[in-house]
Design a protein around this ligand. Structure first.
Ligand code: HPA
Length: 246
């Protein structure tokens, strides 16, 4: 029996569709996770939900205790994570409200506690990270999108910035030259930590805005929130279809 977790990002601090069975505040060797772990049923399947930024949304991307979050999920027997994340669209086909199942990451974040293997009890271990998102979990999400008749992008490179500020247009230009299609602030070290603990991990990226310099003028946070609300309706549809197929 496998256990699925959904990590909700900005715009998804609660999963209202979840029939809650229990809420647990876990302590971990790495400190406190972002929020209670909520176990419930979604479409008659067991799901553990975690609000990445806390509920209500208070934790900035660089303040999230990614290690405690992933460790806590492992303690609960989770072996698959679907991470939902708001992003800015860099590539022209990735407009606001679009959904992307990314296949690659470039990490520009810094100063985050990004490994479980960093003390004498957990000596250095080099994990393979060629494919940061688990291929069969990604494939299942892409199939679910097609069942739900959602038009999505099945690949994309996610660039993870430090935040909490948004980027300059020059930073986005550089990221595009590097090969980034999307920009977000929370994809790392979350994906790598899941890999370190042997948990399958894939992401649903929801485009909330054109990345800096890709739209007209400055980024409007009000518009960003509106796009995110509409994008999240698609995410719920996709999650329901995914669970119905598993
Ligand atoms: N940049 C970084 N993270 C984001 C953005 C962005 O433009 N939009 C939503 N999350």
């Amino acid at each position: 029996m496998t256990t699925l977790a959904i990590i909700g990002g900005s715009g998804l601090s609660q999963l209202k569709e979840l029939n809650i069975i229990k809420c647990e505040q876990l302590n971990t060797p790495y400190g406190a996770p972002s929020a209670e772990f909520i176990t419930g049923e979604l479409n008659h399947n067991k799901v553990v939900f975690l609000a990445r930024h806390g509920n209500p949304h208070t934790l900035a991307p660089h303040k999230i205790n990614y290690r405690a979050n992933i460790w806590g999920l492992k303690q609960l027997g989770v072996d698959r994570i679907i991470a939902v994340a708001a992003v800015g669209g860099i590539t022209s086909s990735m407009a606001p409200e679009h959904i992307v199942i990314p296949d690659q990451i470039i990490d520009y974040s810094h100063g985050r506690l990004h490994s479980f293997f960093d003390d004498k009890n957990h000596p250095v271990t080099h994990i393979d990270f060629t494919y940061p998102y688990q291929p069969s979990l990604r494939k299942a999400l892409i199939t679910a999108a097609s069942h739900a008749q959602l038009s999505i992008s099945p690949i994309g490179t996610y660039g993870c910035t430090q935040g909490p500020r948004l980027e300059t247009s020059a930073e986005i230009k550089r990221m595009q030259q590097d090969g980034c299609d999307l920009v977000g602030m929370t994809g790392m070290p979350e994906a790598a930590l899941a890999k370190e603990l042997g948990i399958d991990y894939a992401a649903i990226a929801v485009v909330a805005n054109w990345a800096a310099g890709k739209g007209i003028g400055e980024i409007s946070v009000t518009e960003l929130e509106q796009h995110l609300r509409i994008g999240m309706i698609k995410v719920i549809k996709l999650l329901n279809a995914f669970i119905a197929l598993t």
